[in-house]
Design a protein around this ligand. Sequence first.
Ligand code: BDP
Length: 718
Amino acid sequence: MIKKAVVLLVTLFYAVLLQAEDGYRLWLRYDSITDAALLKHYRQNITAIHFDATSQVLNAAAAELLQGLQGLMGQEIVQTNAIQDGSVVAGTAQNKIISSIISTEETDKTGKEGFIIKTAMYKGRKIIVVTATRDVGVLYGCFALLRLLQTNQQINTLNITSVPKVKLRMLNHWDNLNRTVERGYAGMSIWNWHKLPGYIDQRYIDYARANASVGINGVVLNNVNANAVILSPAYLEKVAALAAVFRPYGIKVYLSARFSAPIEIGNLETADPLNAGVQAFWQQKADELYSYIPDFGGFLVKANSEGQPGPQNYNRSHADGANMLAAALKPHGGIVIWRAFVYNNNDDDRFKQAYNEFQPLDGKFSDNVLVQVKNGPVDFQPREPFHPLFGAMPATPLMMEFQLTQEYLGFSTHLVFLAPLFKECLDADTYAKGKGSQVAKIVDGSLEQHVLSGMAGVSNIGSDINWTGHPFAQANWYALGRLAWDYTLSASEIADEWLRQTFTNDNMFLKAVKPMMLDSREICVNYMTPLGLHHLMGYSHHYGPAPWYNKAERADWNPVYFHKADKNGVGFDRTPKGSNAIAQYNTVIAGKFGNLKSCDEQFMLWFHHVPWTHMMQSGNNLWEALCYRYYSGADSVAWMQRQWESVKNIVDEERFKQVKMLLGIQKEEAIWWRNACVLYFQTFSGMQIPAALERPGKILDYYKSLSFPYAPGIGGNQ
Ligand code: BDP
């Protein structure tokens, strides 16, 4: 009998230990803390929770805190009004206990969404206060408290004040109504439109929890290549159901609006923004929207870009279009996020086109419009210089658009941690108002004291069990939220937090895996597009290398347009001798980029057509340097494999295997990139691959012959 019970217990113990880690729980795993001393520390400092008011948001916060604490501390935590040693007292400044400890003036400093976490004494009891001006701040504070435990911090003398730097912290889903996802590599859309509004998938709730845990407070549900049907009543009911799920987590819903919707669903013959009928259509649509979703966030609009309709179809400007929609939303408190990702099929350097169209419109947008600008001037490349619009439109709030989904960075197959890419852009100095005018200060609105500010990430989420396809791609979702909240966090801090929560606090693990995450973006740049090369990927699907491609119907969709390799050299001359795109930057930056001597080598081929024989800082010529970069990129993936192998016994079997297999594919694809690019560029340089480097296994024609008609992620606006 006893023997049987022991066997059962042992089996149970191992079953828990070996519990499948399918990645679904993201960074909110809340597994019991294993370090005995820490556990004791937490059990001493937290014994109960006290929420004296109720609201949807506070209920969500209380439920999360209970679930999290009980999981992490492996014991029951009571929710009680009685204050005892170790009570976590959570609420707004209206809470009597809290207001007796923290003054309203102090709480007010946290604004509408910030929070305070503080250790305090109350009637002789040692408690932890979590407070904010509004319920949503309390929710964020609860997640932050949980994060302290998840990352094994001491909690006996807490005194934290945290205020988000950016107001709109958003995900942009490029999800279609038929559940395909444009540039989605993690399955189908998580929105099951067919079953909504009646069926609420648990995923919607877990998605909202994950977003709230990193402070994301807005989501655009549908593709920027929008389908007007989402604005029809049947779909608005579905949207309202999602909005109701997200509301307790402080998340507002936004929609991508198709500019020609008045024609498609309004029976009008025009979508001209200055037409009275069109204006009435949008006003009625806005009224209708708000009757379904009283806290609807607003519209995201892609207009006159890549075939999408827009105001220019009627000889009106982007400002005319944006302001017309803004006027419809304004009475309801909604906003318009108008995208600056535009380029025409004309002779002008694509790099310059967004600036040329938008910069002259500075000051012409209504006060509830933000212009959303991609981080770089071309399109989410592994490395881009910052977009010249940052710093060039002082009278307009500019919202940052990053891409989490790895359209140009190996899809969901390559491990590429994007925080270093985001940071590189945010930290770049635009010199707009002299030294110290970083992109981040434009994005948070502080440089020009804008009321609105925002940062968005194009989502990498899909129906895959682990949400993002690659277990490590979750970190990019996480990083977007954390940086939108506080862009002063370093990539290393973010990686550290994420790894501890998602995998383990084990030091050996962190020591091996964190450097691999932090270097992964530079490694990807090296095996794909080193030294400022860009847009060399396969036509349309963007899978794999195709630097030779020159058959697209538009010149600027061809890799040859971007690298301009010839017998003399390689790279796009954007100096005054060439397209003069550098003139769009402040003179200090233009001076740096524009001079081959001062241009950072990592951006060199973005701005210069450089002779193959050009001497690099390393003492190698350009051709050799290019080869070394490609080879070191591919070799570094082998290093990543070794790092991962070294944590085999520390990581759960399931995710260990998944990442191992994915790194295997990444290695093969990195070699593919290296070989295809080196062999191709060699046809121009006419020089040998340095003798120390291994020869490519196949000839160039082999790489050119590869075709991928079913590569994932091709879009549309279904
Ligand atoms: C490009 C994508 C395309 C998007 C477009 C956009 O290839 O699928 O529709 O950006 O941002 O990167 O609108």
